[in-house]
Design a binder for this molecule. Structure first.
Ligand code: CP
Ligand code: NVA
Length: 330
């Protein structure tokens, strides 16, 4: 019997396959209820705080809408409008917020900060992204993959690009836990952290799947069901790094040709936001400096029928609602 009450959601490796299965099934049920307009305001009188050291569209909106749908109150705080970071430490902020709120979401830089929030606040804390991982994203992605293929077991996901970033790390851990084959495909200078990679390989071995890495795109995408990519430079990394990353990651761009080498019904996934055209200021800036019109994915693939990126975005809300519910219910 799965019981996640009072537990924080800090990283995928903290959870068993059974617990992750429970969260996915709960998310499916919440999605059904939402579509049917069925009552699920289970938490009137409960309040949550959302702390953002980095910007967000999806994660913030997903937490806010999920909380409103559950009948809860929500406070949004960022570093410009609060004492966090400048005048007050994470440990002190945690002890204050823990006295007022039933749960706290945190998006920031250090994984140790979200761990400290959980340690000092005394209430469930949910990781909305750190430099190390993005565990609510991986949950939404797995709901999306299950919706498309019916199962994740035995399927193959290839992450192309910056394979040591937060999104890669959570997907790799999720694949290992849930029995999905995973390939990190990128230059060896950006390969996943060795310790995490080894840990995921050991878990995968027990669960009948594999975790591997390669620099070779053609080899990686053979028989792949999911091609996944993410931005080449993540939030918090310096602008000066763009040139190096473009040189390193150009050949890992997800193009039509790359999609064609995967399974015929393969899907394209991306956590978003994505640089697939020139409709963003950063995209135009990069175009001016380096001449690129699209980066980690071509616009053709992003807009193709294989692309499920907006399903993933929607599923952020249903899965986050499941995490809030499972950890706060009485
Ligand atoms: N995918 C994701 O976390 O998006 P946001 O940065 O907009 O929250
Ligand atoms: N790797 C990206 C993910 C954004 C959702 C970043 O950290 O900026």
């Amino acid at each position: 019997m799965v019981d996640l009450r009072k537990k924080s959601y800090l990283k995928i490796l903290d959870f068993t396959e059974e617990e992750l299965r429970y969260l996915l099934d709960l998310a499916k049920e919440f999605k059904r209820k939402k579509k049917k307009g069925e009552f699920h305001k289970y938490f009137p009188g409960k309040n949550i705080a959302l702390l953002f050291e980095k910007t967000s569209t999806r994660t913030r909106c997903a937490f806010e809408v999920a909380a409103y749908d559950l009948g809860m109150g929500v406070t949004y705080l960022d570093t410009s409008g609060s004492q966090l970071g400048k005048k007050e430490s994470v440990a002190d902020t945690a002890r204050v917020l823990g006295r007022m709120y039933d749960g706290i979401e945190f998006r920031g830089f250090k994984q140790s900060d979200v761990e400290d929030l959980a340690k000092y606040s005394g209430v469930p804390v949910w990781n909305g992204l750190t430099d190390y991982c993005h565990p609510t994203q991986a949950l939404a992605d797995f709901l999306t993959i299950e919706e498309k293929f019916g199962t994740v077991k035995g399927k193959k996901l290839v992450f192309l690009g910056d394979t040591r970033n937060n999104v890669n790390n959570s997907l790799m851990a999720m694949c290992a836990k849930m029995g999905m084959n995973f390939v990190a495909c990128g230059p060896d200078s950006l390969w996943p952290d060795e310790e995490l990679f080894k840990e995921c390989q050991e878990i995968a071995l027990k669960n009948g799947c594999t975790i591997s890495r390669t620099q070779n795109v053609d080899e990686a995408v053979q028989n792949a069901d999911v091609l996944y990519t993410d931005v080449w430079v993540s939030m918090g990394e310096p602008d000066e790094i763009w040139q190096t990353r473009i040189n390193l990651l150009n050949k890992y761009q997800v193009t039509k040709e790359v999609m064609n080498k995967a399974n015929p019904n393969a899907i394209f996934m991306h956590a978003l936001p994505s640089f697939h055209d020139l409709n963003t200021s950063i995209g135009r800036d990069i175009h001016e400096k380096y001449g690129l019109t699209e980066m980690e994915v071509t616009n053709e693939v992003f807009e193709s029928d294989a692309s499920v990126v907006f399903d993933e975005a929607e599923n952020r809300m249903h899965t986050i609602k499941a995490v809030i519910y499972a950890t706060l219910k009485n």
